[in-house]
Ligand binder design. Sequence first.
Ligand SMILES: Nc1ncnc2c1ncn2[C@@H]1O[C@H](COP(=O)(O)OP(=O)(O)OP(=O)(O)O)[C@@H](O)[C@H]1O
Ligand SMILES: CC(C)(CO)[C@@H](O)C(=O)NCCC(=O)O
Ligand SMILES: [K+]
Length: 258
Amino acid sequence: MLLAFDIGNTHIVSGVLNDSGEVLLTFRVSSNEKLTEDEFFSYLRNITKFNNIDLLDVKGIIVSSVVPSLLTIFDFLGRKYFKIVPIVVDLSLKLPFTFADNLNPIGFGADRIIDITQALTLYPDRNLVIFDFGTATTYEVLVDGIYVGGGILPGIEMSINSLYGSTAKLPKVKFGKPDSVLGKDTVDQIKAGIFFGYAGQIKHLIKKIKEEVDNPYVIATGGLGRVLSGEIEEIDEYCSDLSVQGLFTIYHQNKTLS
Ligand SMILES: Nc1ncnc2c1ncn2[C@@H]1O[C@H](COP(=O)(O)OP(=O)(O)OP(=O)(O)O)[C@@H](O)[C@H]1O
Ligand SMILES: CC(C)(CO)[C@@H](O)C(=O)NCCC(=O)O
Ligand SMILES: [K+]
């Protein structure tokens, strides 16, 4: 059994997978920079126990983080409670892709490495575009298995929060598909602007990518991406567990190195 942790700026997504890569359980904890390894272990123990998962079966741990301070906590957690030194996702690992020569991969996010790895594992023979709708929205573009570039834009929730946070009168709204682009009150109008505006941004990005890349397969992941993907016919597939499955793939390609 493998424990896989994807530490993002908003949530830590934990996955428990069996040896065939089946996802037995996922759960989400807020990315609180003050979290300790002991606090996290108590979440982990409670939630696995509730789901009848025996932590004594854990044989490996892999961690990816875009929050440096939280990475240390999971290293401590592995050593203290499991006597395992976790594999940490970074560009020094064995990965199924390389970067184009004109690209500077220094500082490239570990969450993006996972998305790319899993998308290529699922579709090794396709040119690929991967959108991840997390705290920030990112996209990655692969041509013949080579990373040729990508982009970063404000996330959906971040866009909603910036309206609310930068004005005196605008409320916080819940992301979702409104009935009409013609909002009838303030809340409706924010919903319409965010939903259709965000969908439009993504459609335009895909159009621009397709001007440069031959017949790519377009994948989306990330919580709020599901509703959005329904609106964007250019997105071929929504994969909810892309990151947890990607962590499994990377673990098995690198476990002998740890
Ligand atoms: N399974 C789910 N069903 C419904 N909504 C979800 C689900 N998972 C996540 N969400 C919603 O989508 C949002 C984005 O989730 P996601 O895990 O992709 O990114 P995040 O946690 O916001 O960002 P990061 O990965 O950068 O921490 C969450 O804040 C949550 O509101
Ligand atoms: C872009 C985010 C915030 C998306 O989670 C993360 O991947 C990150 O902090 N990346 C570092 C910069 C980069 O990926 O180029
Ligand atoms: K994410």
